[in-house]
Each structure stands twice: as C-alpha cells, then as structure tokens.
Design a protein around this ligand. Structure first.
Ligand SMILES: [Fe+2]
Length: 240
C-alpha cells in the first residue's frame, strides 16, 4: 500500500453520503477487489487534484466521482471482470457499457449532477481513442482525466486477475510511455509527483518543428530520460 495523503473527510451534500455508501456496499458485496479499487482510485485522484491546486470543493467532487466511477460494473458479471483484459468482442462490448450504465444509475439525482460527466468519461483517452464518446484532449473533463490515470495505475498493480499484476515501477513506466496518447501528460506528471514524494519530472515535449518522425523520436528519447529519472529516484524504492 502506498503512503499517500488521505482525503476522507470532505463534506457531502444532500443525501450523497447515504447513496455513495449504498453503492459502495453493493460493490463490496459483489466484488471486494472492485470495492478496494474504488477507494484507492478515490485517494489517488484526490491527491492529484490537490497537487494540481484545485479547490477543496473540486477535490471533493473528483473524489466522489472516483469512488463511484465503476458502479456501472455492478451490471457486469464477475466472470467477465476476472477475465479482463482477455475478453471476447461480445464480452468487451458488455464491459465497456459500464461507463454509461453508471451514469444511468445516477440520473435524475440532483446531488450527483456534477459527477455524472466524470463517470461517463473515465475511459476516454487523451488522443481520442477512448470510449464511450471518443473525446479528445481538454474536451475530456479534467476530473475524468485524473480518474483515468489513477484508475489505470491501481488496475495494473491490484488487478482482479493477479497473473498479470505489475509492479509499482512497471506501472509508472507504462504511465510515462502513455503520456500524450492515453493520458494527459500534465496529469501523469502530477500523479507521479503526488504519489512519489519529492519526485519531480519535466513535462515531455511531444511535438517539435522537425516533422512526424523526429517528433516521435524526440518524445521517445524524452520519455526514456524521464523514466530513467523516475527509476533512479531514491524515494521510489521505498514504495516498491
Ligand atoms: Fe471503469
């Protein structure tokens, strides 16, 4: 377990606390790993939001959205979740519907109007290849970009299917390699800085003036440099 700041005492409004507790209990009874995943993603997301200097209210909204981001998986059998990512086309389609399903569970509830967009968009990708709407870049809500990074990190270090579990360092390397494609580079940077205290990395230049080939070469070289720096950070060893 990583040592990260805890943000568990934000004020809830209306009946959000009771409704959150209800859905989290359903998640826990259905799949303990999924329940713990929700808690961890919420903590990571709140830490990143704080690192980015967002207001206490915004952090609370993002944390609540992160807690609830996968409630749509209540409609997906454990047998499918336990096979992820080795799913048939039909199973994958069923899995991907959980973003929309989660929103449907909360529609018409005034208290959750601020988090529905974040739940819907938590599998969108920075380069526009995600789902369900293939949103791109800053068109993806900021909170959803934060949850996406936290979700990926916790999913690979604590997966349902332990045979493809990865180490903390491997997960960070994968996040770095997906900067600018799957994930917002600034969010990845803030995530690493938030969960590896004392670590700072430079933003990765994705584009330059030398054309497409040179772009990817420069980005790859920079990523390699950043990855090496992260791997060499002494604090990292404490969290492996
Ligand atoms: Fe999800």
């Amino acid at each position: 377990m990583l040592s990260i700041p805890q943000y568990l005492d934000f004020a809830y409004t209306g009946k959000t606390k009771e409704i959150c507790s209800f859905f989290l209990e359903l998640l826990q009874r259905k799949n303990e790993v999924l329940y713990l995943h929700s808690q961890q993603v919420a903590n990571y997301s709140a830490s990143v939001a704080a690192k980015l200097g967002l207001s206490r209210k915004e952090i609370g909204i993002i944390r609540t959205a992160a807690l609830m981001h996968d409630i749509g998986l209540l409609s997906v059998p454990n047998s499918i979740m336990n096979k992820f990512p080795y799913l048939s086309t039909r199973e994958m389609a069923q899995y991907k519907r959980h973003c929309i399903a989660g929103c449907s569970m909360l529609e018409n509830m005034e208290e959750f109007s601020g988090i529905i967009d974040l739940i819907r968009s938590h599998h969108e990708k920075w380069d526009g290849t995600g789902y369900p709407k293939r949103l791109k870049g800053v068109n993806i809500p900021l909170g959803a970009r934060i949850i996406a990074v936290a979700d990926y990190y916790d999913s690979v270090i604590n997966p349902c299917a332990t045979q493809w579990q990865k180490s903390h360092q491997e997960a960070l390397q994968e996040l770095l390699s997906a900067m600018g494609t799957a994930f917002d580079p600034e969010i990845v940077k803030a995530f690493i800085e938030a969960i590896v205290p004392g670590n700072t990395i430079k933003p990765v230049p994705v584009f330059n003036k030398k054309g497409p080939k040179e772009k990817s070469k420069t980005a790859a070289a920079s990523l390699s440099s950043v990855a090496t720096k992260v791997a060499e950070t002494s604090e990292l060893k404490e969290y492996e």
